[in-house]
Design a protein around this ligand. Structure first.
Ligand SMILES: [Zn+2]
Length: 102
């Protein structure tokens, strides 16, 4: 037979173990959820930031485009320059695209 003290110890031990396991389980379920949430917020911030830019150009080109011009999607992200205003684009020394006429 186990002594009363041992039983008490085992009960306490099991309780602590259960609490630890519960915490681990909660963390395991919440962390991916929090990561997902942070990623969504980042996407949203990025989306609203890029919406501010209405004109785009390539580093290697002297032509600027409306952000929706089909040419913009062909510019590598490393070479992409964004402008918020038409004046800003012109000030960079670029002329407007013939196709999209920004
Ligand atoms: Zn264009």
């Amino acid at each position: 037979m186990l002594s009363a003290e041992t039983v008490r110890f085992l009960k306490k031990f099991l309780l602590i173990l259960t609490i630890i396991l519960t915490i681990v389980l909660i963390i395991n379920y919440t962390i991916p959820w929090i990561k997902e949430l942070i990623a969504r917020i980042k996407d949203l911030i990025e989306y609203t930031e890029t919406r501010e830019y209405k004109y785009a150009a390539s580093k290697n080109s002297d032509v600027f485009h409306h952000i929706n011009c089909s040419y913009v999607s062909s510019i590598k992200s490393d070479n992409l320059i964004l402008f918020k205003t038409r004046e800003e684009a012109i000030a960079s020394g670029r002329r407007s695209c013939i196709r999209c006429d920004p």
